[in-house]
Design a protein around this ligand. Structure first.
Ligand SMILES: *[C@@H]1O[C@H](CO)[C@@H](O)[C@H](O)[C@H]1NC(C)=O
Ligand SMILES: *[C@@H]1O[C@H](CO)[C@@H](O)[C@H](O)[C@H]1NC(C)=O
Ligand SMILES: *[C@@H]1O[C@H](CO)[C@@H](O)[C@H](O)[C@H]1NC(C)=O
Ligand SMILES: *[C@@H]1O[C@H](CO)[C@@H](O)[C@H](O)[C@H]1NC(C)=O
Ligand SMILES: *[C@@H]1O[C@H](CO)[C@@H](O)[C@H](O)[C@H]1NC(C)=O
Length: 176
């Protein structure tokens, strides 16, 4: 699903005066997708190498992570961004209950993780130009790596040989 390790860069000057629609300008209830291109598109289906992202709890672990998911999914999680953390409503372990899962404070490396346990630590995530997910203002560093159960999991600065670089975009509509 990710044949290309070549990212299409954003030219900084161009991005500042972006002609691209700001698909998630309100920063609420957006979907997340991976794509090899930095510029946004009006329709997420047109993004290069696009994959939808879904929450994932291999082996019913307490902290959720996110993986790519192909066509045929039941539903996709929607996210908000508040105080530098992503939040999403999700079913609890074994599908029991519904909880807000927030990303777990400052992202430094490894899997992007979500927890439903109260944690008032601010994060370092943001949406540059209203759509491009960044860590400390950097959009480059997201990787798709082989994770638990052979799923393709999102890491910040994943460094195993299975990892391919990607951008993460906030989009209004599912790509497929
Ligand atoms: C942003 O979302 C809030 C809550 O859904 C809504 O009240 C507000 O009108 C929205 N703002 C814009 C600019 O869309
Ligand atoms: C985006 O493009 C796809 C493929 O052309 C189309 O099926 C879909 O309806 C479009 N989505 C929106 C929200 O316009
Ligand atoms: C995201 O924000 C919207 C608008 O404020 C709200 O209705 C929704 O419940 C929030 N979702 C989460 C997961 O916090
Ligand atoms: C690879 O990433 C892991 C997890 O973030 C980290 O502990 C390790 O030091 C990294 N190794 C290299 C060689 O960067
Ligand atoms: C998740 O983040 C929201 C927004 O910052 C906050 O209101 C809520 O208390 C957090 N939930 C948990 C379980 O930490």
């Amino acid at each position: 699903m990710h044949p290309s390790a070549i990212l299409t860069l954003c030219l900084t000057g161009l991005a500042a005066a972006s002609p691209y629609p700001r698909q998630a300008s309100n920063l609420t209830n957006f979907l997340l997708v991976t794509t090899s291109q930095c510029p946004s598109t009006a329709n997420s289906s047109a993004l290069a190498d696009v994959s939808a992202l879904s929450l994932f709890d291999p082996h019913y672990q307490a902290n959720y992570i996110i993986r790519t998911i192909g066509p045929g999914y039941g539903s996709l999680p929607r996210f908000n961004l508040t105080s530098g953390d992503l939040g999403s409503l999700a079913s609890g372990p074994h599908g029991v209950g519904t909880f807000v899962y927030n990303s777990t404070g400052e992202v430094e490396g490894g899997q992007l993780m979500f927890s439903k346990e109260a944690d008032d630590e601010d994060g370092n995530l943001a949406l540059k130009n209203g759509y491009l997910l960044t860590v400390d203002g950097e959009e480059e560093g997201w990787t798709i790596c082989e994770g638990p159960l052979d799923e393709e999991v999102i890491y910040w600065k994943g460094n195993s040989t299975s990892c391919t670089p990607t951008y993460i975009h906030a989009v209004a509509d599912a790509p497929y």
